[in-house]
Design a binder for this molecule. Structure first.
Ligand code: FE2
Ligand code: FE2
Length: 356
């Protein structure tokens, strides 16, 4: 499905409208940009019924209240439009008012790299709009790109997504309805987003070879909550994914070998079937990739060895029913083919980098 990419720009300066219109068209393939120089023009465009996925609204127009009023107009007439308030004069009051009137985020015209950030935000705004309009997949792609440019981070998310889909398909095919909560598209997105919260953790910690200090590990563990919070606000349609993100480090049957996280103070961690089916699948997909493509070692661990570890941790860390499918030759071969192709891609990329 093609993304709806209509963007509405509202600014009282003609030059600003032209510059942004050109920049957006250059950076976002096939986007359409409508320009309004005041509230009146913006309103007449909205009333024509064009579905705008994103609106960029200058807060400071000749009439002080105009920017905020336009935000509220757009929000009222087109509630799914992702609205960004845009200003060189942000203050706590107009930021607050922008959110109250329906803005999704504010952009400070004075930010360093403001253009780049804005383009990325507009792209995620487009995805968000389209998500509300039912298409989920591309959102994860955009969010992944926006939140982090760390290569391993992106690749790991992609591979976890692929493994999760393989596991989900396998479980669905033989379950007799037992894995009915599993939705393949949601798994695909969930995999891509499962570590999105790591975008908030300093790179030096994420990339640190060797053991993390207790403090650093505590910080890394916050990625599940942070990732889930990022999703929470966006859409009711993403609730299953949000939950799976929050649960992907929980242990199926906590034992003296571990319990996983997050565990709230004074509370028991969710376990067993209290963890969503998608959360349990993501946990296995995540571990599978973490073990087969360790970023800190040159050599990948042989798949047989990884499966041994999964088997060893089946019944406490992982749902044994999921681990059971790794006993099936055909499934293991599917995993191996994918993993080998990924490893080859990685090697080639590494060689290209070395040749530069
Ligand atoms: Fe994680
Ligand atoms: Fe992960």
């Amino acid at each position: 499905m093609e993304f709806q990419k209509n963007i509405l720009l509202v600014d009282d300066e003609k030059e600003v409208l032209e510059t942004w219109s050109d920049l957006l068209k250059e950076s976002i393939e096939n986007c359409q940009v409508s320009k309004a120089i005041n509230r009146e023009e913006a309103l007449s465009m909205l009333e024509k019924g064009t579905p705008y996925s994103v609106a960029l609204v200058d807060l400071r127009m000749p009439d002080e209240k105009d920017g905020l009023a336009v935000i509220s107009d757009i929000h009222g007439l087109s509630p799914f439009t992702t609205i960004f308030a845009f200003s060189a004069y942000l203050n706590p009051l107009n930021i607050d008012e922008s959110f109250k009137n329906g803005a999704f985020a504010v952009i400070d015209k004075g930010w360093q790299y403001q253009e780049k950030i804005t383009i990325n935000l507009v792209q995620s705004g487009i995805a968000l709009y389209n998500l509300h309009k039912s298409h989920l997949y591309e959102l994860s792609e955009v969010l992944t790109n926006v939140c982090d440019t760390d290569f391993y981070f992106i690749e790991h998310n992609e591979r976890v997504s692929e493994y999760a889909v393989m596991i989900g398909e396998k479980l669905l095919s033989g379950s007799g309805g037992k894995w009915k909560d599993v939705n393949i598209e949601e798994l695909r997105i969930g995999g891509r987003l499962h570590d999105i919260g790591k975008a908030f953790i300093p790179k030096e910690i994420l990339g640190k070879p060797g053991k993390l200090s207790d403090e650093e590990y505590m910080l890394v563990k916050t990625h599940v909550k942070k990732g889930a919070e990022l999703i929470k606000k966006e859409s009711t349609t993403l609730q299953n994914i949000r939950l799976a993100i929050e649960e992907h480090h929980l242990w199926y049957a906590p034992s003296d070998r571990g319990v996983g996280y997050p565990v709230e103070k004074g509370q028991q961690a969710r376990k067993g079937n209290e963890i969503s089916q998608m959360g349990r699948i993501l946990a296995v997909a995540d571990a599978l990739d973490a073990m087969t493509s360790n970023r800190f070692f040159d050599k990948d661990r042989p798949l047989e060895e990884v499966i041994e570890v999964l088997l060893d941790f089946s019944k406490d860390q992982f749902d044994p029913e999921i681990i059971k499918i790794f006993g099936e030759k055909e499934f293991v071969e599917r995993v191996r083919t994918f993993r080998d192709a990924e490893a080859k891609k990685r090697d080639e990329a590494k060689k290209r980098k070395e040749m530069k």
